[in-house]
Design a protein around this ligand. Sequence first.
Ligand SMILES: Nc1ncnc2c1ncn2[C@@H]1O[C@H](COP(=O)(O)OP(=O)(O)OP(=O)(O)O)[C@@H](O)[C@H]1O
Length: 266
Amino acid sequence: MKNFVSLERVGQSYGSGRNAFVALRDIDLSIAQGEFVTLIGHSGCGKSTLLNLIAGLVPATEGVLLCAGREIRGPGPDRAVVFQNHCLLPWLTCLENVHLAVKRVFGAAEDARRLQERSVAALRLVGMDHAARKYPREISGGMKQRVGIARALAMEPKVLLMDEPFGALDSLTRAHLQDALQEIVAATGTTTIMVTHDIDEAVLLSDRIVMLGKGPAATIARILPTGLARPRRRNDLAYDARYLECRAEVMDFLHGCQEELQPAVA
Ligand SMILES: Nc1ncnc2c1ncn2[C@@H]1O[C@H](COP(=O)(O)OP(=O)(O)OP(=O)(O)O)[C@@H](O)[C@H]1O
């Protein structure tokens, strides 16, 4: 598969001089087109920083980041971001929220009918077309998150970046959205990079799991290719030897980090 997102010797420091804080160092990572990669690691190790660098929301202080062969120099519609909190505009309906993004990306080239079709199609993709005319306050948290994903996908991004998109949801809603995301990504082929704290979520969704070591100056400690066939069904995976192996490997890694973080008790 073609390399689509490349990070070469990427590092990120916040502040300057004596107050400089090195969050990330020496990050080398290549992600193929259509690949699903999760970033996992302890709280504060730099997962969101890494995602924000790829999104172009924060300029890297070291190294080079490329997307589809072009240097990432800022945010762009080729890289859509979904955050933990939906970030919908409360004064617009679900459809209008999606339409706003669609108009920004395709408004110069396409007529009003086509823009409307795109917006409705994106809501349908996440199973939310029935709530097109509802306002964010009138729908549940999981539904809002679906609309946020629809808005991101409606821009037809080359890369979908997700920062703990299901972190604020109950486990059943979370499971439904994980399944929906798997189906959507299979249908669209979108390259996806997702931050998560949830080991099962990481193994279920990923082609590769990127484990970040402890910070400060965190770097990639290990990359685990899951090697699980698709489509994946959570009920089948519960008894799959490879699934359990991946799960154990990530858990061992996180526990190892935890022990390093905690001072030894005398
Ligand atoms: N704008 C900033 N200025 C200074 N330090 C920052 C800034 N943003 C993040 N940091 C620091 O960089 C480190 C990495 O933060 P980041 O939010 O990327 O970690 P994370 O792995 O996503 O954490 P969590 O899992 O808790 O969300 C942390 O020590 C954090 O305090």
